[in-house]
Write a protein that binds this ligand. Structure first.
Ligand SMILES: [Zn+2]
Length: 495
């Protein structure tokens, strides 16, 4: 099979990639607006003007309605929707799981998607919801795996084929599911049945589901977080290696009078001002939108603009190497997102294996910055540093002189490092003056570790009281000479 996905830039476990489909190349990460084939809140042919490169619709709904099916079979899916770019179609497995009495087979669904010219087709998997019994999750997963393998044997060329990863909230099943699918070379791997987690703000568990699924997949395949459409959580999901999202939210929220922002959702009735500069918000006041006969359409348009604006910001952050700073910012908007941020860093061992070693500048934006992969990487490599003779460690900027054999800088949350590395990532970190407890603790632990690994060296540690008063400071080896200074006399003549 030719490679359909090429990774161009990376940050944390996130990436910018190019996905090649029969109707063109898509740059990821991106969102696929969901098009309802019955009623298009915003016409499909207008979607490009918002930044959409690829759409998603439901092949099951098209196949069930005579007038849609006939046009799709005769003129093709692209003519039916009025969009000549890539289109993914869902199989309708969600609809079938809800209204399960309709007779339709996996084979029929795959065959129909091929006939209407879908770019990315999805087999008839079983989207097992969170919290079901282990037995149910296992037995449904086995049926899903069988159907996916059957679909793979049917689709050899033309349409790309998605292999959804299922397994409910059993993380080992998610990983197993991903591992079982990998040898079959699906083109896109959706992570399925996570909508109930998002609806209930269970973002920390969503992080675990994504990581378990990703661990079972090859790192070079595109991953679609199925049903994720709120821009508040895109940065988090991208940092974990998700490349595609789909948004029905833009239209569903609009129908409900809801106005999306990257930090949460407002009801339009509660807004006196519009905190956005999209064309809709520039041309209307909040009062005008509330009273407009096309209120739903206006809200849907705003919701889409915000959605793609966030995608562009995420891509720019990946290019600059500060995606984790953006994730930190987005995760401050809700307590359950803070929980998700902490959960993300509980997987730092895995993220560290994917995170590029060199970026521009490390910005300290909160206590979780001390948990970042760069800090872990440095802690793991402390043993590589060889420290000898008279050694000065300074919490203040220093210049070298003849007095000491080696000069080291102390900076939370990193710890202690040779001053020669000061301009190198991540030692070039920008940190606030008053540092929090955890970051100081991390830095002191690394420093103590460095000292005990080089017990023959003679250490002098110059710092201020904010360092010396930390409880961890008492654990420094006894033979370390400590000089406590105020920050104002940092550049003494002695240095
Ligand atoms: Zn707007």
């Amino acid at each position: 099979m030719p490679t359909v996905f090429e990774i161009l830039h990376k940050d944390a476990a996130g990436r910018i990639g190019k996905l090649t489909t029969p109707h063109g190349v898509v740059e990821t990460p991106t969102v696929m607006p969901v098009i309802n084939p019955n009623i298009q809140t915003i016409p499909a042919h207008e979607m490009r003007s918002f930044g959409a490169q690829i759409l998603i619709t439901n092949s099951y709904i098209i196949s069930r309605k005579d007038e849609l099916r006939e046009v799709a079979l005769k003129d093709g899916l692209h003519a039916l929707l009025g969009f000549n770019g890539p289109i993914m179609t869902d199989s309708g497995s969600f609809q079938l799981s809800v209204y399960g009495d309709v007779e339709v087979t996996n084979e029929q669904i795959i065959d129909f998607q091929q006939k209407i010219g879908t770019d990315i087709g999805v087999p008839l998997d079983i989207p097992t919801a969170p919290d079901v019994s282990r037995d149910q999750a296992e037995s449904e997963l086995e049926i899903t795996l069988e159907r996916l393998k059957e679909a793979r044997s049917m689709v050899k060329e033309g349409m790309l084929l998605a292999g959804p990863v299922q397994g409910s909230t059993y993380y080992d099943l998610r990983q197993y599911s991903a591992e079982e699918l990998t040898p079959h070379n699906f083109d896109v791997y959706p992570i399925g049945a996570v909508v109930p987690l998002m609806e209930n703000y269970r973002y920390a568990e969503l992080v675990d589901v994504i990581v378990a699924s990703k661990k079972g997949l090859s790192p070079v395949v595109p991953v679609h977080l199925f049903g994720a459409g709120h821009p508040m959580m895109f940065a988090l999901a991208v940092a974990l290696g998700c490349d595609l999202f789909d948004s029905a939210a833009y239209a569903l929220y609009a129908k409900d009078g809801r106005y999306i922002t990257t930090s949460g959702t407002y009801h339009i009735e509660d807004l006196s001002y519009l905190p956005c500069c999209c064309p809709v918000c520039l041309e209307h006041t909040a009062e005008e939108i509330k009273k407009a006969p096309n209120k739903v359409e206006l809200l849907a348009r705003h919701n889409l603009y915000v959605t793609f604006q966030e995608i562009n910001l995420i891509k720019q952050s990946i290019r600059e190497g500060n995606l984790l700073e953006l994730v930190d910012m987005r995760c401050r908007s809700h307590p359950s997102m803070v929980e998700a941020l902490k959960r993300l860093y509980s997987h730092v061992d895995w993220i560290e294996t994917l995170d590029p070693a060199s970026k521009s500048t490390f910005f300290y934006t909160g206590p979780e910055s001390g948990l970042r992969p760069e800090i872990k990487r440095y802690s793991d490599r402390l043993g590589r540093l060889e420290i000898k003779g008279k050694v000065l460690i300074s919490a203040f900027p220093i210049r070298k002189s003849e007095e000491y054999d080696q000069y080291l800088r102390f900076k939370p949350p990193i710890g202690t490092y040779p001053i020669e590395l000061s301009e190198v990532y991540p030692f070039n970190a920008e940190v606030p003056e008053s540092i929090d407890y955890e970051a100081m603790d991390k830095a002191l632990l690394n420093t103590i570790d460095l000292m005990s690994r080089n017990a023959d060296a003679q250490f002098t540690f110059i710092c201020d009281e904010s360092v010396a008063n930390h409880p961890r400071f008492t654990e420094l080896p006894e033979n370390v000479e400590v000089i406590i200074r105020g920050s104002s006399d940092a550049f003494s003549s002695q240095l």
